[in-house]
Ligand binder design. Structure first.
Ligand code: GLA
Length: 751
């Protein structure tokens, strides 16, 4: 069956984002600044040709074969000597979607065990379809209106097993971004077992690249690191059940000369919150292959006849203006095409969160006292963190018992919320929906409701187990409990936490031959719960959290417009975390608070938190009078710079590297009429002269330093720079240039 359908509004338009040259059998996908191409070769092989800077040509057939063949590379018998290149071997050809066992020994994307017990998988082209817009893949993914994107579906089949693959490519015409996802259907009469199904494969024509990725741990999430691509396989992954603290599902393959402003960067970000893997293999021929998708470690999926499986979406961003431009493209894409919440475009409330100030030690009166003081300082919302439910006074109990602890909140939740609302503050609440404490009514009633395997002890972490939300009745129970609270009370915000990883991955509700599906089913269970809540409560602002930033990924952003970036609220340590996070996530998604971490003055903590959703995490009653005055200024600055930071373009000016004495970042409005530069002195090295070269301004425009009234051309500020010499105001007064101090400079273009 050969399918060929062209349903585009631009049928005859040569400017189409997706083109198919019938003669050459080349598909070419053009974004704003990139081109991507592959060709259908004899016997239906789908061969990758090119991904990189935009090129006008379609004459790409030469890239089918990228070097000499020798007899160690297996060939398709039917193609012996027919290719004109010497040979066609999957082992050396750049393949569009690599499979296991049929001659391509590099990293495979697809491996299926069939009814005969073997896993050889070999998919060949069947047809294609091009249409406007973007399909709903039934999982979190970017979205687009019909005039914002075009989609190509490539159909391919493994004839022996009747496994039917759809490669889905969407091109965002106005950004240098595209996405890939993969669907697998079992069109046979027999069960198939998917051992591995990755979302994306890109074969590069060389290996002269570096890898940039974000490693970390609790309190140190998303630290940027850069390593050279070297022979062999380099992998980042999570096997913990969620995307995790240790690696983010982000990787960039960048040219050796790539900096913030210059050079090529290919950014990959998986829209998935579960186990993932991203690898680059450099082979003996000095070519590199990138693959990424659901982690195949511990994964297997039984696909019944007629069933299908959807692999998550990989976002791909190309930049030939360095990593800065790559990041700005990710930010725009996520702001315009990923985050669904109405809060994306609405001013977020400045919140005061009880956690660091009170931990579990609070009652209604203490919270009301927080709210009274917060109101005086200009804040908008009180968030009651962990400890309000069941009999929870520490982290040993009550997860799963989502009813209010009236010993703590005397008079109940509605009464507390009314008191807070009467003060003039909104009210937010904390949940950890996917968890259960062994010491809980829920566990006592349903000990089988947590993730576990038969006959083994369950590992415990933070005194809790993970709920088996692969089961619908478990999701229903938690939904109903939470729905009851959320629907009966005036709650404006929910912090959705997740504080441990999965161990002994198994479900008592699944048969033996489906136990390896638990990780993915768990992730789908999370999505189902988040979908239900965000649809039932579209006005609630959801903030995702996972022991800080342990689930900071695009799939979570799809449901919640902000994510708690890290439990580390020290302003200096936060710099590294926020710089790393900004590689692909927008500022409006960074949960960032001013906390009681006096290593730096409160002004610095405010300037760092301003690069995010902004709020406070301290006892406002304990602030000194001077600090209270600073808070009042910060609250005003939040509004003043809200649009610039949330909707402007980010430039990482000086990175907080180990030997940097200061770091700096800048937001520039899209029309370049305004810029806000923030610099922080990270460590003691007093200076009397510090030049910072701004970025992203209009060289022709004249910018006024709002503080001094001085006028500078954009060209001067970018080429010569700006001197932020500290002004000595007296000993003991924090000034820029002393350890931990910060400075903000607001430049406004002359009209
Ligand atoms: C996690 C979160 C914190 C706080 C605690 C409560 O660690 O990251 O912000 O909510 O849980 O237990």
């Amino acid at each position: 069956m050969l399918i060929s359908e062209h349903n585009s509004r631009k049928e005859k338009d040569t400017d189409m984002a997706i083109n198919f040259d019938e003669q050459k059998k080349i598909f070419k996908l053009d974004t704003l600044n990139s081109s991507y191409a592959f060709q259908i070769y004899d016997e239906g092989y789908i061969v990758h040709l090119y991904y990189g800077g935009k090129i006008p040509d379609n004459n790409l057939t030469q890239f089918l074969n990228r070097g000499m063949y020798n007899s160690s590379h297996p060939e398709n018998e039917k193609l012996l000597n027919s290719s004109g290149f010497g040979a066609f071997s999957q082992d050396i050809q750049p393949m569009e979607y690599s499979t296991w066992g049929a001659g391509d020994y590099r990293l495979p994307c697809l491996e299926i065990t069939n009814i005969n017990g073997d896993s050889t998988t070999d998919v060949r082209y069947v047809g294609y379809k091009i249409y406007d817009g973007k399909p709903d893949i039934g999982m979190p993914a970017t979205f687009a209106a019909e005039d914002e994107a075009q989609t190509l579906e490539i159909y391919a089949e493994d004839k022996v097993t009747s496994a039917y693959v759809t490669l889905i490519y969407t091109v965002f015409e106005k950004l240098s971004a595209m996405t890939r996802a993969v669907k697998l259907e079992n069109k046979s009469e027999d069960v198939l077992r998917i051992n591995r199904i990755l979302s994306c494969c890109v074969d590069f024509s060389g290996m002269d690249y570096d890898l940039v990725h974000l490693y970390g741990q609790w309190g140190k999430e998303r630290t940027e690191t850069r390593v050279p691509v070297s022979h062999g396989i380099q992998t980042i992954s999570s096997t913990r059940g969620v995307s995790g603290h240790f690696h983010n599902p982000f990787m960039a393959v960048v040219g050796k000369d790539c900096t913030e402003e210059h050079g090529e960067a290919y950014g990959f970000n998986l829209v998935y919150s579960g186990n993932f893997e991203m690898s680059v293999e450099a082979d003996a021929r000095n070519t590199a292959r990138f693959v990424g998708g659901i982690g195949h470690d511990g994964f297997e999926w039984k696909l019944e006849p007629g069933d299908s499986f959807m692999a998550p979406e990989m976002v791909m961003v190309y930049s030939d203006e360095g990593m800065g431009e790559m990041s700005r493209t990710f930010h725009k894409l996520y702001m315009q095409h990923l985050i669904r919440s109405k809060w994306k475009d609405v001013r977020r409330p400045i919140l005061i969160n009880s956690w660091e100030a009170a931990l579990f030690d609070f009652d209604d009166d203490k919270l009301v006292a927080f709210a009274e003081e917060a109101k005086k300082l200009g804040m908008d919302m009180l968030v009651m963190d962990d400890g309000w439910f069941g009999k929870r006074n520490d982290d040993h109990s009550s997860l799963g018992d989502w009813f209010v602890n009236e010993k703590k909140l005397k008079g109940g939740l509605s009464s507390l919320i009314k008191r807070v609302n009467d003060i003039g503050l909104k009210f937010g609440i904390w949940y950890e929906p996917e968890m259960i404490s062994p010491d809980s009514e829920l566990y006592r009633a349903h000990p089988d409701w947590c993730i576990q395997v038969k006959g083994r002890e369950k590992s415990i972490a933070r005194y809790q187990y993970v709920l088996d939300i692969t089961r619908e009745e478990v999701r229903d129970n938690i939904f109903n409990q939470m729905y009851d609270v959320l629907s009966k009370n005036n709650i404006d915000y929910v912090k959705w936490d997740f504080n441990r990883y999965i161990t002994e991955p198994g479900s008592l509700a699944l048969p033996a031959d489906r136990q390896k599906e638990v990780f993915h089913r768990f992730t789908l269970g999370t999505y189902d719960m988040m979908k239900r809540f965000t649809e039932a409560f579209p006005d609630i602002l959801f903030e995702n959290c996972s022991s800080g930033g342990g689930r900071f990924d695009p799939a979570m952003l799809y449901y919640s417009p902000q994510i708690w970036t890290s439990d580390c609220t020290d302003a200096i340590e936060r710099l590294t975390i926020q710089f790393g996070t900004s590689l692909c996530y927008p500022a409006s998604s960074f949960g960032a608070h001013v906390a009681n971490r006096p290593r730096t003055p409160i002004s610095t903590r405010g300037d760092v938190a301003l690069w995010g959703t902004f709020g406070y995490e301290l006892d406002p009653r304990k602030l000194s009078d001077a600090d209270k005055e600073t808070v009042k200024v910060q609250v005003k600055e939040y509004d003043k710079y809200y649009d610039l930071i949330h909707f402007g373009e980010l430039y990482r000016v000086i990175k907080p590297t180990d030997d940097a004495f200061q770091c700096a970042w800048e937001f520039v409005s899209e029309d370049k009429s305004e810029a806000l530069l923030t610099a922080v002195t990270m460590r003691q090295r007093e200076t009397s002269n510090c030049v910072i070269k701004l970025k992203g301004l209009d060289p022709e425009k004249i910018y006024i330093d709002e503080e001094t009234g001085e006028r500078y051309s954009g060209a001067l500020l970018m080429k010569a720079g700006f001197v932020i010499t500290p002004v000595f105001k007296g000993w003991g007064i924090p000034m820029y240039g002393t350890d931990g101090s910060s400075i903000k400079k607001h430049f406004v273009a002359e009209k």
